[in-house]
Design a protein around this ligand. Structure first.
Ligand SMILES: Cc1ncc(COP(=O)(O)OP(=O)(O)O)c(N)n1
Ligand SMILES: Cc1nc(C(=O)O)sc1CCOP(=O)(O)O
Ligand SMILES: [Mg+2]
Length: 201
């Protein structure tokens, strides 16, 4: 599992064909991808499944770890490598029980969430929002890279990715704080030059 350059995207994040954006990012060197088809202008039902299949095929071709966001019903149909869940989603214990062999990620935004979560059941943590994000209306208040340090002090062996408002300009501060990777939406979907953006991470 390589979470160093973790790209997250759904069609609602894209001004052009999602397949083309993912393919450019894949060629440029992302290491993990999360299919997050969610919120305003997002697809549902069969259209969501069909897009997921096309994006999964691109990841398979470029050997990129493929995650589904939230939706347990898509994990098997898409042949996903893993699933990412947050505090308001299906409980981690249940996800782990359903998918003992998949990679499971959990979001943690503050110490209370950590204290109330079975952290050891997760394979990695998504820590954020690190900075203010334009991509998630219900994101919690930005906590800064210090949150990564706090998590790594408690769980030195648990992979942690920073998420929320991460750009090529501030990613180094997230990695310097001990993160194993950076998870981004807009820094890639909105980039003038995706190849350059991915390489700069
Ligand atoms: C890698 C990663 N980290 C955090 C999140 C956020 O998950 P969640 O809190 O469940 O919010 P939604 O993405 O479902 O809106 C994530 N998706 N990925
Ligand atoms: C999906 C997601 N989760 C977050 C969290 O804080 O848990 S922030 C976020 C959106 C990240 O998008 P961008 O890279 O454009 O800021
Ligand atoms: Mg979620």
């Amino acid at each position: 599992m390589n979470l160093r350059r973790y790209f997250i995207m759904g069609s609602q994040n894209c001004d052009r064909k999602p397949e083309n954006i993912l393919e450019e990012a894949a060629k440029a060197g992302i290491t993990a991808f999360q299919f997050r088809e969610k919120g305003e202008r997002s697809l549902s039902g069969h259209e969501k499944l069909k897009l997921g299949r096309r994006l999964r095929d691109i990841c398979e071709h470029y050997n990129i770890t493929f995650f589904v966001n939230d939706d347990i019903d898509l994990v098997e149909p898409l042949g996903a490598d893993g699933i990412h869940v947050g505090q308001g989603d299906i409980r981690l214990e249940k996800v782990r029980g359903m998918f003992p062999d998949k990679i499971v990620g959990l979001s943690v935004a503050n110490q209370t969430e950590v204290d109330n979560s079975p952290i050891q059941l997760a394979d990695y943590l998504g820590a954020g929002s690190i900075f203010a994000t334009p991509s998630k209306a219900d994101a919690q208040q930005a906590v800064g890279p210090e949150w990564i340090r706090t998590l790594k002090r408690q769980y030195p062996d648990m992979p942690v990715v920073g998420i929320g408002g991460i750009t090529t300009s501030n990613a180094a501060s997230v990695i310097d704080a001990g993160a194993d990777g950076v998870a981004v939406i807009s820094a890639i979907t909105k980039a003038d030059n995706i190849k350059r953006a991915v390489k700069n991470f």
